[in-house]
Write a protein that binds this ligand. Structure first.
Ligand SMILES: [Zn+2]
Length: 360
């Protein structure tokens, strides 16, 4: 998969290729953009380009080095993720130690830092020190979806690579390699043109979860289901599929590997994670609802394939009442973070989802 196939905006690809061609890449690069904009794909492609045995300023994806990098089995490629909510100082020490040593195989050692914004003061300062005294054989690739969370002194040391969403048609065409055209277009739209977001949505069973959430809305709005028992059921029903494939590990699941948590604590975090995932989908359906009730036809619809159903479900609402539902969902997400009692939070939310336009 040479550069031409990397899932990123054509302008990003062009800029990077030019930088590579002119030998202007630099030792520290910050790859940033909205969640799922393709940070990982671009970082891996850069790593492959720097290391590839057969090509210069591009990569072949078939030489032994390219394959090892792709499979994260290359001796001089080090990928780091925050071990807990933030990077631990020990991880930074490990980086420092490794950065000093010469590479084993080629002439570069590559450090790829996922979620580079998740650093406390101590680890951020330690990273800064590392970047201030670089070794010529080091290449740092910092990845983030929250550039403002990174120390400005770190940001200023980096070459900044900003990733933008792809045109929907481009992304949808790429997705048809693994999906029927209609599902591909739905995901491309739902992801707002962000390639890794689309992969993540696919991996997180977006379409399946959407069906569940649509069913919830139908139950409260059309079938008059009992809110209390529904809320109970929602907390249970969401216990599905928290798996995410190796290639797109969900950073929110970092706790599953933590040796410091008991099984009970992990289950509890997993439950929160699942409910959160469903509520995020609900937000997207409310957002589409806002677009329909306000008649904003120019706003891109996230769930185009379900447009009729969504229009019918939110029938009777006004832009104001939809905003109330949106905000209530955000409040619920916050309440979950604060460990408030889940069934109560959910039944409260359902009450607001049920309420029609005239009730406020
Ligand atoms: Zn190669």
């Amino acid at each position: 998969m040479p550069w031409n196939d990397v899932e990123c905006h054509p302008s990003v690809r062009k800029n990077l290729q030019r930088a590579l061609f002119n030998n202007m890449l630099g030792g520290t690069n910050l790859i940033y953009g909205p969640t799922g904009a393709g940070q990982v794909a671009v970082a891996r492609a850069l790593a492959q380009t720097v290391l590839c045995e057969t090509k210069t300023n591009d990569f072949c994806d078939v030489c032994p080095t390219c394959i090892r990098v792709r499979n994260r089995a290359y001796a001089d490629l080090f990928e780091f993720r925050p071990q807990k909510a933030t990077y631990l100082i020990n991880q930074l020490r490990e980086m420092q130690y490794s950065a000093v040593m010469q590479p084993y195989a080629g002439d570069k050692k590559i450090f790829l830092l996922h979620d580079a914004h998740r650093m406390n003061k101590e680890s951020a300062n330690s990273l800064l020190k590392l970047l201030e005294e670089p070794y010529p054989h080091n290449l740092f690739l910092l990845l983030t979806d929250n550039i403002s969370g990174i120390l400005p002194t770190i940001v200023s040391r980096c070459r900044k690579i900003r990733l933008a969403p792809l045109p929907i048609d481009d992304l949808s065409r790429k997705l048809t390699a693994n999906l029927p055209a209609r599902a591909a277009e739905t995901l491309a739209r739902a992801a707002g043109g962000l390639p890794e977001m689309a992969n993540a949505l696919q991996a997180s069973h977006y379409l399946e979860i959407r069906d569940i959430v649509l069913e919830w809305i139908k139950n409260v709005r059309e079938r008059g289901s009992n809110l209390i028992s529904m809320a109970d059921e929602m907390a249970k029903k969401t216990q599905i599929k928290a798996d995410s494939p190796e290639d797109h590990p969900d950073p929110n699941l970092y706790f599953l590997d933590s040796p410091d948590l008991t099984k009970r604590e992990k289950d509890r975090l997993l439950e929160k994670y699942c409910v959160r995932k469903h509520l995020t989908v609900l937000l997207r359906l409310i957002r589409d609802g806002m677009a329909t009730v306000s008649g904003m036809n120019h706003v891109p619809f996230l769930n185009e394939d379900k447009r009729e159903e969504i229009e019918r479900l939110w029938n009777g609402e006004t832009p104001q009442t939809m905003i109330v539902k949106f905000e209530k969902t955000l409040d619920t997400l916050e309440g979950i973070e604060r460990n408030l009692y889940m069934p109560l939070l959910l039944s409260d939310l359902l009450l607001v989802i049920r309420r029609g336009g005239e009730a406020r």
